[in-house]
Design a protein around this ligand. Structure first.
Ligand code: NAG
Length: 284
């Protein structure tokens, strides 16, 4: 009985308390301090949450640009900025055309990719630019690579951008095979698509297909009006604005780290085997 009365007294206290607070909320009189501070705590908390959500929303923009990447020795050099491409069409880009010597030189500035074999000085191989990295740098690679056969402390890599450029350059030469007449073998007025170079071109087309689909550039391109007296057209623009990596910085690093020669003998089975399995040179 006594216990019950205690409980009921507690109940009535609770009831009293909540009634008071309800009245207080409606009352224009100044509130009692503890209740007021609880109100402000909740208000400040709600405000901070809103602020956090707001910062999160603002940060979403740059964060969405940061994609998960595979470690690269130049990742700290990479930065991004808006770039607008040059609208070449009937006014031909300097990177294409029939003046082979001048144009080859321009492409060579984009990636210095000419290599001579150690053993066959006559063999000039055109590949993307190849870079040397230290064994410490090599230890960070997702995909283990090989040391240069003549310099076992230098590990060989090629940045994807240079392989892609090399491929585009090869396809360019194929497109201008009237100038680069060594590109194709013609049989009865038809191109033999089963030569080594033809397979190389096919490899390059497919490398670029996969590389472009991998990059998956979702930048929207704009359309623009092109009117004449009779009609009003809306065309996609031939130039575009993209968020671009700083190619120059990567190119500079790669030229400093460029491997000038390395062991690669397509004609010599022994050399090829040694290159592929990275065995030490028996002559050293
Ligand atoms: C690179 O490493 C990943 C993860 O281990 C693997 O799935 C992939 O096949 C490797 N790629 C090459 C080119 O070796």
């Amino acid at each position: 009985m006594e216990k019950h009365s205690v409980e009921s007294s507690q109940d009535s206290n609770l009831f009293e308390d909540s009634t008071t607070s309800l009245l207080e909320d409606l009352s224009p009189l100044p509130r009692r301090r503890p209740r007021a501070s609880l109100f402000w705590k909740i208000a400040i908390c709600a405000q901070s949450l809103a602020l956090l959500a707001c910062i999160g929303y603002i940060l979403r923009l740059p964060l969405s640009v940061c994609k998960p990447t595979i470690w690269s020795p130049v990742e700290k050099l990479q930065s991004f900025e808006l770039k607008t491409s040059t609208p070449y069409f009937y006014n031909r880009s300097p990177y294409v055309g029939k003046e082979a010597e001048r144009i080859d030189k321009l492409w060579e500035d984009l990636y210095d990719g000419k290599y001579t074999s150690f053993r066959q000085a006559m063999l000039i191989l055109e590949a993307g630019m190849i870079s040397a990295i230290s064994s410490d740098e090599a230890s960070h690679l997702l995909n283990e690579t090989r040391a240069a056969p003549k310099a076992p402390d230098l590990y060989l890599i090629q940045l994807q951008v240079f392989h892609d450029l090399h491929c585009l350059n090869l396809i360019r030469k194929w497109a201008y095979m009237d100038v680069y007449s060594d590109q194709a073998v013609w049989v009865d007025g038809k191109i033999d698509h089963n030569t080594k170079n033809a397979f190389h071109v096919d490899h390059c087309i497919d490398n670029l297909r996969q590389s472009i689909m991998c990059t998956n550039d979702i930048t929207p391109r704009k359309f623009a009006p092109h009117a004449n007296e009779r009609q009003y057209y809306v065309y996609p623009e031939i130039y575009t604005t993209q968020m671009c990596g700083n190619f120059e910085a990567i190119n500079e690093w790669s030229k400093e780290r460029r491997v000038v020669e390395w062991m690669m003998g397509f004609d010599d089975e022994w050399q090829r085997t040694r290159y592929n399995i990275g065995m030490p040179d028996p002559e050293d």
